[in-house]
Design a protein around this ligand. Structure first.
Ligand code: DQA
Length: 147
């Protein structure tokens, strides 16, 4: 099963960015965690990060064309990007939206995600463990679908 783990703006700065909110794990370590989890579960995992909205939209189009599953942390775009939401709505595989922090326990503007209504499910507030849990869910789901 092909899975894209896609990350929006500023997530490349994990490890130095608001460590009290996002933790001390670096982006490189997050990539390693997702790749190792993918290997363990037999998933074909590709991890990417971008600060450019059009690039994320293009990757979502690729995932839609490949009927791939997606784990997406849309970061700040969660809260206002209709372009990212519309690209998510094109997906034909499952979409798990992940937030490292609990967006409901922070500033009011973070509490609403325009992506969530088109996601299969949402994980937030569990730190980077949310990515690992999302991959486990996708593997279990694929196993269930295979019978
Ligand atoms: C985030 C939460 C967003 O509000 C924020 O803009 C981010 C990261 C998270 O992972 O907790 O960049 O998506």
């Amino acid at each position: 099963m092909r899975v894209y783990v896609l990350n929006g703006p500023n997530l490349g700065r994990l490890g130095t960015r608001q460590v009290d909110v996002y933790g001390a794990i670096s982006y490189a370590d997050l990539v390693g965690l997702c790749e190792a989890t993918g290997r363990e579960l037999g998933l074909d995992v590709t991890v990417r990060q971008t600060d450019a909205e059009h690039e994320l939209v293009g990757w979502l189009h690729d995932a839609a064309d490949e009927q791939a599953a997606v784990v997406l942390n849309p970061a700040a775009w969660s809260h206002y990007s209709i372009a990212v939401r519309d690209a998510c709505a094109l997906l034909r595989g499952p979409l798990v939206e992940v937030h490292i922090s609990n967006i409901h326990a922070r500033e009011e503007f973070r509490a609403h995600s325009v992506i969530s209504a088109v996601a299969t499910g949402v994980i937030c507030g569990l730190g980077v463990d949310g990515y690992r849990l999302a991959l486990h869910h996708l593997a279990a789901r694929a196993g269930a679908a295979d019978g």
